[in-house]
Design a protein around this ligand. Structure first.
Ligand code: SAM
Length: 197
C-alpha cells in the first residue's frame, strides 16, 4: 500500500481527518507569529494530499516553500504530479539516513503525520530532524506508539491476512513502558548536545 499512492489515497480519509485534528489543536502552540517567509517540511508526505490540503492552509499566508519528502519514489511521483506547484515541491529522501546538504537548518517548521513509527532508530531520526530545523524552528509530529502496533500484531498472528502482510515490523516503542518519557529523554539529550557552550 505504501508504494501504491492511488490505493493509499482512497483509504486515507480518516488519516486526513486525524491530521487536521492535530493541526487544529496543536499548531497554535508552535506558530511563529512574526515570521514572514516560512519554510516547512513534511516528513513521509505519502501521496501529498495532507501536505497540500491539511498543512498548507495553516501556513499559506506566510509560506515561502513547503517540501514533502518520502522514501517511496511512487509516492513522490504521484505527489509531484497531483499537488506540486510553485510553493510545494516533493523529493525522495529517506529521513533515517543522511540529511541532504541543502536541508541543513533550512526549515521553520517540520511536520510529520502517521510516519515516524516506521523508523526504528528514533535517536538518529530526531538528530536528523534537528539538523534540518532552523535554530528556533518547531517540530509537530504524530505517530503510533504502542496500541496500534498491538492491533497490527493481532491481525498478523491470525494468518487470515497473510496474503496481504508479507512481514511484520515492531514499532520502535512497542515494548517501551513509557514512550513519552523515553522520547523526552532522547530530545533533551539531543538538544543539550546541540546548544553552543
Ligand atoms: C502512512 S503514510 C503517511 C502519509 C501522510 N503523511 C499521511 O498522513 O497521509 C507513511 C509514509 O511514510 C513514508 N516513509 C516510511 N519510512 C520513511 C523514511 N524512512 N523516510 C521517508 N519517508 C518514509 C512511506 O513511504 C509512506 O508514504
Amino acid at each position: 500500500m505504501m508504494n501504491k499512492p492511488e490505493s493509499y489515497i482512497k483509504i486515507t480519509d480518516r488519516c486526513e481527518m486525524f491530521n487536521r485534528h492535530v493541526m487544529e489543536n496543536y499548531f497554535p502552540f508552535i506558530r511563529h507569529n512574526n515570521k514572514k517567509t516560512i519554510s516547512a517540511l513534511d516528513i513521509g508526505c505519502g501521496p501529498g494530499n495532507s501536505t497540500h490540503d491539511v498543512i498548507l492552509p495553516y501556513i499559506e499566508q506566510d509560506v515561502f516553500e513547503i517540501i514533502g519528502i518520502d522514501i517511496s519514489p511512487s509516492m513522490i511521483d504521484y505527489a509531484s504530479k497531483n499537488y506540486g506547484g510553485n510553493q510545494i515541491t516533493f523529493k525522495e529522501v529517506n529521513v533515517a539516513e543522511i540529511v541532504p546538504e541543502d536541508f541543513i537548518e533550512r526549515f521553520d517548521y517540520i511536520f510529520s503525520f502517521c510516519t515516524l513509527h516506521w523508523i526504528q532508530d528514533q535517536r538518529k531520526l530526531y538528530s536528523n530532524a534537528l539538523k534540518m530545523l532552523k535554530p528556533n524552528g518547531s517540530l509537530l509530529v504524530s505517530y503510533a506508539a504502542t496500541d496500534t502496533c498491538d492491533i497490527f500484531q493481532k491481525v498478523y498472528k491470525t494468518g487470515k491476512y497473510a496474503d496481504f502482510i508479507s512481514h511484520f515490523n515492531y514499532f520502535p516503542f512497542q515494548n517501551t513502558h513509557n514512550p513519552k518519557e523515553v522520547l523526552f529523554r532522547i530530545l533533551q539529550d539531543l538538544l543539550r548536545s546541540r546548544r553552543p557552550c
